[in-house]
Design a binder for this molecule. Structure first.
Ligand SMILES: Cc1cc2nc3c(=O)[nH]c(=O)nc-3n(C[C@H](O)[C@H](O)[C@H](O)COP(=O)(O)OP(=O)(O)OC[C@H]3O[C@@H](n4cnc5c(N)ncnc54)[C@H](O)[C@@H]3O)c2cc1C
Length: 479
């Protein structure tokens, strides 16, 4: 599964619909008779709406539900995540390259609301018992009446987990810190390396995957090498730094109009990036990578952004799946045959209503699905009809580095500085919470006019593969 696009200009398109949804939710909350009716149902059955995953989808389902279900309704909305924070993934690579502090892009879930019937539960989901309507966590159980599955995705190694295990992924906050540490550490070691071969290996940075994440990350590493690191390590000439970008397809940025993708490709080449197209990486070990043609390239930093897949938990759930393992949903985002169960975001195999093609796994889709699922649950509670989910993509934005980006907005293509300004403005607006927006704005300003943050954070943050249960235990739980 490859990402096609890029952030939520689609979400912007949905702003009017979202506004209407919020107004609808408020109206419902103020309707005393309705609240009393819901109270009656809750008292009789003890109703719980459980949302799994505090990602783009899950977080956006919570607020419309809470607005329409005040505490006196007797309904609880529980949000479960293994972390007590939401990760703003579009800026993960900024955290990985010192453009922002990692905590600037993490939003504490408990700051969402203080509404009494909101419960945040930190825990790892291990299994869902659809018959008993219970979610099994690593340290307890949660009964549900409505369930929303939004557990996202994990990096896809396309069956080469073992061969590629030394590659660093970019999916979680810890991955960004690992990458940042690895780059800084490589510079520290290279600065004193006596062996020129070793110095070259340390100063070779490879990114696998020519989608937006890979391209943006490569641009940001290049900016770091020629900016702050060039100033801080005067004995390392930026020209010594080798930057490689590998892509298995014949082109990069498959979701962009071809003209813009070519512009990005040429620009990266001008910036000194060695682009290897139609060249899947076969193996990554501690000393370097083996490319498509068997060529071995010594490198200590190989970052894998080449694809995503549903988490293993999805594989174990006894629900219908698409051919690439995402949970099948109907037009209302319900899991067919499982009343009250919805799936959204990367884990869900929703189809585009207009084209019938799978919707891309991106934040814009997840955000709008979160709101749509909330509305459909509320419609169900109120005896109304659910609405089919419709999504219209409005554009794409990809940053190539300082003052450089490519953008397509409503059919208008932009490149260079104007596209970069649009990129930054858009992502700043999308960030969750006032504190995060302020922090990111400040971090960006300091990095722009002065230097990026190049402290090697002394925290144990090795790449974090999906925590897996031993096979035997998974089978027991799934039984
Ligand atoms: C580096 C990077 C950059 C990206 N940039 C963009 C971009 O610019 N624009 C864009 O539109 N999209 C972007 N995306 C894609 C976007 O992040 C995803 O499509 C989006 O996050 C999907 O939302 P979601 O709610 O399905 O899952 P997520 O946002 O991934 O949330 C899933 C949540 O589930 C939790 N979870 C998972 N498993 C468990 C478990 N077993 N127990 C408990 N909790 C669990 C996770 O901790 C996570 O909080 C990017 C992704 C990455 C990795």
């Amino acid at each position: 599964m490859k990402r096609h696009w890029w952030f939520g200009l689609g979400a912007a398109a949905g702003a009017a619909a979202a506004g209407a949804a919020v107004a609808g939710a408020r109206r419902r909350a103020l309707d005393g008779e309705r609240v009393r009716r819901l109270q009656g149902i809750a008292a009789a059955h003890g109703k719980n709406i459980v949302i799994l995953g505090a990602g783009f989808g899950g977080i956006n389902a919570v607020m419309p539900l809470l607005r329409a279900l005040p505490p006196e309704s007797g309904w609880r909305v529980s949000l479960v995540d293994r972390n007590n924070y939401f990760v703003f993934t579009p800026l993960l690579y900024h955290a990985a390259t010192g453009l922002v502090d990692p905590t600037s892009i993490l939003f504490p879930v408990r700051s969402l609301t203080r509404q009494e019937n909101f419960i945040f539960r930190e825990g790892t989901v291990r299994h869902i018992d659809f018959q008993r309507q219970v979610v099994h966590l690593d340290d307890g159980q949660l009964p549900y009446d409505y369930l929303v599955i939004g557990l996202g995705s994990v990096p896809n190694f396309f069956g080469k987990q073992e061969e590629l295990r030394h590659a660093i992924t970019l999916k979680r906050a810890g991955d960004a810190i690992t990458i940042r540490n690895r780059i800084i550490d490589a510079y520290e070691r290279a600065d004193v390396a006596a062996d020129p071969e070793e110095r070259r290996r340390l100063l070779t940075f490879a990114v696998v995957g020519g989608g937006a994440t890979g391209v943006e990350l490569m641009g940001a590493i290049r900016g770091l090498a020629y900016g702050t690191l060039a100033q801080q390590y005067p004995r390392i000439d930026p020209g010594e730094v080798r930057l490689l970008l590998f892509e298995a397809l014949p082109e990069i940025l498959p979701g962009l109009p071809r003209g813009l993708a070519h512009h990005a490709l040429n620009r990266l080449r001008e910036l000194g990036v060695d682009l290897r197209l139609e060249c899947p990486v076969e193996r990554v070990d501690q000393d370097g990578l083996t490319a498509c043609n068997g060529e071995f390239i010594p490198s200590r930093t190989v970052i894998w952004t080449a694809g995503i897949r549903p988490p293993d938990l999805a594989r174990d759930l006894q629900v219908p799946k698409t051919k690439n393992g995402r949970i099948e949903v109907n037009a209302f985002l319900q899991v067919p045959g499982f009343p009250g169960v919805y799936a959204l975001g990367d884990i869900a195999g929703a189809l585009d209503a207009a084209s019938g093609k799978p919707l891309p796994p991106n934040a814009a889709v997840a955000v709008r699905q979160g709101r749509a699922v909330a509305e459909n649950i509320l419609a169900d509670l109120d005896g109304g009809r659910p609405a089919p989910f419709a999504y219209q993509e409005r554009g794409e934005l990809v940053s190539l580095g300082k003052n450089e980006a490519v953008a397509e907005i409503g059919g208008v293509c932009l490149t260079g500085f104007p596209a970069w300004v649009v990129w930054r403005t858009f992502y700043l607006a999308q960030l969750m919470g006032f504190r995060n927006k302020m922090q990111v704005a400040l971090d960006w300003t300091v990095a722009y006019v002065h230097q990026r943050d190049t402290v090697r954070l002394d925290v144990p943050c090795e790449p974090s593969p999906e925590p897996e249960l031993p096979e035997a235990k998974r089978k027991t739980l799934a039984a």
